[in-house]
Design a protein around this ligand. Structure first.
Ligand code: DX5
Ligand code: ZN
Length: 227
């Protein structure tokens, strides 16, 4: 069974204290560090580029989980791979066709990326990723429309996770957007094993007990769904 992993989104951290925030969230129990890269084109916001990912990599002790919300992942593959992305995820919506998606996946692999992920927006049918499931290590199911932290969880995306598991996809399924104590159990029950949370973790009074609580709640929900 896949391990339960908590990947706090740095989008909600204090960017003026990036190194301190990375250490703080790692010490609180983060498994991965989720980094949201936005280009102001695929999504209506701009965030982090390769030099900042590289700077995070220098202080991080946990794998960097880089989520590319950009129109041209092919063009920037080597930049993010060299910057230290352990997980590198692109959006299927920008790929055009299955052949286009395969080209991106091959480029990420040839740059030495350890885990290649494919993401899909809330209104993209899960069938869009079926052709590349054998080629990726992770599927990221967006549970909000990408661009901003702190949005409301869209429960309609849960059947996508079930469909992926029913199809025999046994690698990582990551859910991103609006995850908190109230929404996480349903994601775990459906088969999600990697949980991104920005505002719920960086906005918490006690970050350590929040991350610990997420992990316990995911384990419990998963055990319950298999009973
Ligand atoms: C949204 C990003 C998310 C975001 C999650 O475009 O991909 O990773 O930071 O933030 P919360 O957990 O606050 O919804
Ligand atoms: Zn993200």
């Amino acid at each position: 069974m896949r391990p339960i992993l908590i990947s706090p989104s740095l989008l909600s951290c204090d960017f003026a204290r990036l190194a301190t925030e990375v250490t703080r969230v790692e010490e609180a129990g983060a498994d991965w560090l989720h980094i949201d890269v936005m280009d102001g084109h695929f999504v209506p916001n701009m965030t982090i580029g390769p030099p900042v990912v590289e700077a995070i990599g220098k202080v991080a002790r946990r794998p960097l989980d880089v989520h590319l919300m950009i129109t041209d992942p092919l063009k920037y593959a080597s930049h993010y791979a060299k910057a230290g992305a352990h997980v590198l995820t692109f959006h299927i919506e920008v790929a055009g066709s299955a052949a286009g998606a395969r080209e991106v996946i091959d480029a990420f692999r040839s740059e030495g990326v350890r885990k290649v992920g494919v993401a899909l927006n809330p209104d993209t049918p899960v069938e869009r990723v079926f052709d590349v499931l054998d080629l990726v290590d992770l599927v990221l199911v967006m549970s909000v429309f990408p661009g901003f932290g702190g949005q409301k969880f869209i429960a309609d995306v849960l059947p996508k996770v079930r469909a992926l598991r029913a199809r025999g996809f046994e690698r990582d399924i990551e859910m991103d957007g609006g995850i908190h104590a109230g929404t996480l159990p349903a994601c775990a029950e459906a088969g999600t094993n990697v949980f991104v949370a920005g505002s719920a973790i960086f906005g918490a009074q006690d970050m350590r007990s929040t991350i610990h609580g997420f992990r316990e709640s995911a384990e419990r929900a998963r055990a319950g769904s298999q009973a």
